[in-house]
Write a protein that binds this ligand. Structure first.
Ligand code: PEP
Ligand code: MN
Length: 336
């Protein structure tokens, strides 16, 4: 349910409504807009009858039920778009944000070189996995904590913030002590203990759509993180499994406008894991800008032929620079 405050409601009245919600055992999620404040009320659905009394409290205009099952992720419960700050970078605002780098952290040299290329091309965030959830137990599993330390060193040396994946609820404290953004990978989109654990973190979360999840299921996964107290969630479309085999996955480009319509959370596109081949990455990146995504998560490697993971879909530096030039031109035309 949403409690809509009158536009002249005072801070004291808002605080009193929040205290009243909490006294009934619900959580209050206020969203302060330019005109008025609305308060999302979240809790056990079966107990919500008593909440109607809110209309008798001072400063309250009306109560409205939230019809969508994803209450906090829904546009109904939040005014405007969520903009996530990572240092000076703003995700979900007017600027199109690019997160680029290798699939996996491999060495200090490889990561530092990637950071220089990312910065030179104009990307705002460096990506790199220290924990790699691989289909085969015999594939490289990531450098783990050593990889996190390299990410930390490179970010201190170059000033670029980093996004890296966490695969296990027990590792969230460790990963968040090094990372600027916590990535939840496609395979963990419905790992509920992990979603709750990142929901307790203060760090922003990049939540990837699973290869078999619907848009509504993705939003319900985001809801787990939001309900656990972390409002800084961005969603990532990275391709879903279809009957098509010409690409690794099928980029569901329509998920972008659908998500933008349903939720206030930023939407990022990962063309690399969708395509599986570098030659399709740049055209899909263009499509992401054109369709209204807030940013891109893209794999780039100083020497893709030597990459230990996902080399075939990683852009060479020159291709990456070309993509960044095209993105700048397109987003200047589209995003005013
Ligand atoms: C990755 O970003 O390298 C990754 C493992 O992606 P996904 O979870 O989308 O497969
Ligand atoms: Mn990868």
């Amino acid at each position: 349910m949403i409690i809509v405050m009158k536009n002249q409601a005072t801070d004291k009245q808002i605080d009193e409504v929040i205290r009243w919600i909490e006294s009934l055992g619900f959580k209050a999620h206020p969203s302060r807009g330019v005109e008025r404040t609305i308060i999302g009320v979240i809790g056990d659905e079966r107990e919500k009858e008593g909440l109607k009394q809110a209309e008798f409290l001072e400063g309250v205009e009306k109560t409205i039920p939230i019809l969508k099952p994803y209450k906090l992720a829904s546009r109904e419960s939040h005014q405007g778009n969520t903009v996530i700050s990572v240092g000076a970078v703003k995700i979900g605002g007017p600027e199109f944000v690019v997160m680029a780098g290798p699939c996996a952290v491999e060495s200090e040299e490889q990561l530092l070189e990637s950071a220089y290329i990312a910065k030179k091309g104009g990307a705002q965030i460096l990506r790199g996995g220290a924990y790699k959830p691989r289909t085969s137990p015999y594939s490289f599993q990531g450098m783990e904590e050593e990889g996190l330390k390299l990410l930390d060193q490179v970010r201190l040396k170059t000033g670029i913030p980093v996004v890296t994946e966490v695969v296990n609820a027990a590792d969230v404290d460790l990963v968040e002590s090094y990372a600027d953004i916590l990535q939840i990978g496609a395979r963990n989109v419905q790992n509920f203990p992990l979603l709750k654990a990142v929901g307790r973190s203060r760090k922003p979360v990049l939540l990837k759509r699973g290869m078999m999840t619907t848009i509504e299921e993705l939003l319900m996964s985001a809801e787990y993180i939001l309900a656990a107290g972390n409002p800084h969630v961005m969603l990532c479309e990275r391709g879903i499994r279809t009957f098509e085999t010409a690409t690794r996955n099928t980029l569901d480009i329509s998920a972008v406008p659908v998500l933008k319509n349903l939720t206030h959370l930023p939407v990022i596109v990962d063309p690399s894991h969708a395509a599986g081949q570098w030659k399709y990455v740049v055209p899909l990146a263009r499509a992401a800008v054109a369709v209204g995504a807030d940013g891109l998560l893209v794999e780039m490697h100083p020497e893709p032929e030597k990459a230990v993971c996902d080399g075939a879909q990683s852009l060479k530096p020159e291709k990456f620079y070309q993509m960044m030039d095209e993105i700048r031109t397109l987003s200047a035309a589209i995003r005013h």
